[in-house]
Design a protein around this ligand. Structure first.
Ligand code: UDP
Ligand code: MG
Length: 315
């Protein structure tokens, strides 16, 4: 069976179109499937439409989170409840074309355990494209492992991989990073990423930047190293300057006016310290979030069908 996990936050305009296209591309594969619609605390008609679909179609599972926990948490909730031998993660805004799923399934049948979609082209405004371009390159340059460029969360994962992901201890889940971390036989599949269907992006610029920083921090210790290097460089510069100043004072005996150089030194040292503190702070924030051991997400109620089926599965 194939499970399809869809995180949804205020996507009422896209939901029916999504459902229709998912159904038609899934039924062509000849595999049994379930569609797990995760309502990430949506404030529009999404929750009730999800329930309608689940009532009408027994292959649809509705999960409601108790509030908006964010995209990554919503995907985690879906993964936790997926029961398929293969699990597809797909955005609910039609930017990940459901028509790619059969090709993913083919690759999976050939024995690949993770099939991730790689965007060849994006139909989005250039500042956003530039941001994504830079982010993936920085991430892959500084992270301690191979994270494929330009691949988001859209992917198909084998049950083996999902089982490992679901049991990873960390609460802060940057899924595309964890997916690379776990290894297995991974393969990319290229596609052109369309603009989103209806509605506005649910990630604001601020949230995108936050996600980017979380991704960088949780998959690399290099920024800490950078802080150390910056500190070392600053010490070097300060030492050189001190020698020069002392030499100047002793040799010529006149006290220089020196306001400009003094100000530059203070500003330079101040900014190096602030930057380093900020970097260290980011790590402390993540450590803080992890040690609290709060759940990644909270369900509003027990998932109706999935839970009932699970009861029935028990011997
Ligand atoms: N999403 C979510 N919770 C959020 C924000 C977004 O579940 O807090 C969902 C959203 O409904 C969509 C997917 O995550 O299905 C991707 O969101 P969006 O299109 O805004 O992100 P972008 O494509 O701009 O990265
Ligand atoms: Mg989108």
């Amino acid at each position: 069976m194939i499970s399809v996990v869809v995180p949804l936050y205020n996507e009422e305009e896209n939901l029916h179109e999504l459902y229709r296209r998912l159904k038609s591309s899934l039924s062509g594969t000849g595999l049994d499937y379930e569609i797990i619609l995760v309502d990430d605390g949506a404030r529009d008609g999404t929750p009730s439409r999800i329930d309608e679909l689940a009532d009408r179609d027994r292959r649809v599972v509705a999960l409601h989170l108790s509030r908006n926990f964010g995209h990554q948490a919503a995907v985690s909730a879906g993964l936790d409840h997926a029961r398929g031998g293969g699990v597809v993660v797909i955005d609910g805004d039609l930017q990940d074309p459901p028509e790619l799923i059969p090709a993913m399934i083919d690759k999976w049948r050939q024995g690949h355990e993770v099939v991730y979609a790689v965007r060849r082209r994006r139909e989005e405004a250039w500042p956003k494209r530039l941001g994504y371009f830079a982010f993936y390159r920085i991430l892959s340059a500084i992270s301690d492992m191979d994270i494929p460029l330009d691949s988001g969360d859209f992917c198909l994962m084998d049950r083996k991989v999902v089982d490992v992901l679901v049991h990873l201890p960390e609460r802060m889940r940057f899924i595309r990073g964890l997916r690379s971390f776990v290894g297995f036989d991974q393969v990319g599949l290229e596609y052109d990423r369309p603009a989103r269907g209806a509605g506005t992006p649910k990630y604001t610029l601020g949230r995108l930047i936050a996600l980017a920083i979380d991704g960088l921090i949780s998959f690399s210790g290099r920024p800490l190293r950078l802080a150390t290097y910056l500190g070392l460089a600053a010490v070097g510069v300060a030492t050189g300057l001190s020698i020069w100043i002392f030499h100047d004072a002793l040799a010529h005996g006149k006290s220089p006016a020196g306001w400009a150089s003094g100000a530059v030194i203070v500003l330079f040292m101040g900014s190096v310290q602030l930057l380093s503190l900020g970097i260290i702070g980011e790590y402390i924030r993540l450590i803080f979030l992890e040690v609290k051991r709060r759940p990644t997400y909270i369900l509003r109620d027990r998932p109706s069908r999935a839970e009932a089926d699970r009861e029935a599965d028990r011997p």
